[in-house]
Design a protein around this ligand. Structure first.
Ligand code: UDP
Length: 353
């Protein structure tokens, strides 16, 4: 049985689907601060925050977890520049709390959502795991700090941990049961897709003066199901590997912002008139993964290497009635959650003290 922290969120909910399909029992811990109740389709939901030590202790007393997968974090670069303390509190302090309770209950298998933002401005065309880590923003630094905590904890307490450094997560469940639903949305692909589907969204290209071929930032977009698959492989890896291991997860192909605009036009058949604005603070010029290690050590093989296929799943999701229903729900709403069984009710007690 696995605990998925942040399992109502974008990547966490795809993780729950993969764990369930692989035959694992799942408990989701999520306070629905950014996640959606409608995403709680697999496993049992415990409503609460990983900042709440007593809530975590109750959860760990109730269930015997084989390991923890941790997705509960803030992840918007620009927001982290404006509100750094919120990022350090949420992403670092709360994770320390979770690790403390794991140690109390002798749960020692941990898979951590890390990010390509730990690297900063790349010094090579393809970024491998041993690339220097000099984050340009508090978001990336908060994730790097946790990686260091994990490394030390593995050495000192016998924790076994994998940090998976996602490049740009994109796409959705191919049959549109779950997907990305942020309000406001800041990420490039969902913004462009929503605009192409007729939403009145202001989308601009953030800077055309980077030292890239067309002057716009290059990113490596990787399908969310491929990311979730890598976590399953990481859990298998931790059955025999001790210590702390970091892996880069990307397709190894870079797409500029302008190329992404073109790809969304190609998939949707809609012309997009996108203007140009200045650079966004904290953005490195290009981030492309050399993910050889994940392929050779974990046996990871992404199923969506082509960006148009990734975008196609995003289009199907954003055009779906499920997406519309999620967006119509007030934030933090639990009304559409169908699996509030014992632990759901129990966790509501924690919520109200
Ligand atoms: N971007 C853009 N316009 C937008 C949103 C994003 O030009 O409306 C750019 C952004 O500056 C970055 C790239 O698209 O260079 C990917 O940004 P996103 O926010 O999707 O992911 P991030 O790389 O920040 O994790």
């Amino acid at each position: 049985m696995y605990l998925v922290c942040g399992g109502a969120g974008y990547i966490g909910s795809h993780m729950c689907k993969h764990l369930h399909e692989a035959g694992h029992e799942v408990v989701v811990c999520d306070d629905l601060s950014t996640g959606h109740a409608g995403a709680l389709l697999w496993g049992t939901h415990a409503y609460g925050s990983i900042e709440d030590t007593e809530f975590l202790r109750s959860l760990f007393s109730r269930y015997q977890f084989d390991g923890v997968l941790h997705f509960a974090a803030l992840s918007v670069v620009a927001e982290s520049m404006r509100e750094p303390q919120r990022y350090y509190r949420n992403n670092v302090a709360a994770t320390l709390n979770l690790l403390r309770v794991m140690r109390e209950f002798e749960v020692n298998k941990f898979v951590f959502s890390s990010t390509a933002a730990v690297f900063g401005e790349p010094q090579a065309r393809m970024i491998s795991e041993d690339h220097p880590t000099v984050p340009l923003n508090p978001y990336g630094l908060s994730k790097l700090m946790v990686e260091q905590v994990l490394r030390d904890s593995c050495r000192a307490y016998g924790l076994r941990a994998v940090a998976l450094r996602y490049f740009n997560a994109a796409g959705a469940d191919p049959v549109a049961r779950i997907g990305e639903a942020h309000d406001p949305e800041t990420h490039l692909i969902p913004k462009l897709v929503r605009k192409a589907l007729g939403e009145d969204l202001a989308v601009t290209i953030n800077g055309t003066d980077y030292t890239t071929e067309d002057g716009t930032c290059i990113r490596d977009y990787v399908h969310v199901d491929d990311l979730a698959q890598a976590h399953l492989l990481a859990l298998d890896h931790l059955d025999h590997a001790v210590g702390m291991h970091s892996f880069n997860l990307g397709n190894g192909t870079g797409h500029s912002v302008k190329q992404v605009v073109e790809a969304v036009q190609e998939v949707t058949g809609e012309g997009l008139d996108i203007s140009v604005s200045g650079r966004r603070a904290g953005d490195p010029s290009h981030l492309v993964a050399a993910s050889k290690l994940a392929r050779s050590v974990l046996g990871w093989a992404p199923r969506y290497p082509r960006i148009v296929d990734v975008i196609e799943t995003a289009v199907r999701w954003h055009a779906s009635p499920t997406y519309a229903a999620w967006m119509a729900e007030p934030p933090g709403s639990e009304v559409s959650c169908t699996n509030h069984d014992a632990i759901g009710a129990q966790s509501n007690q924690y919520r109200h003290g």
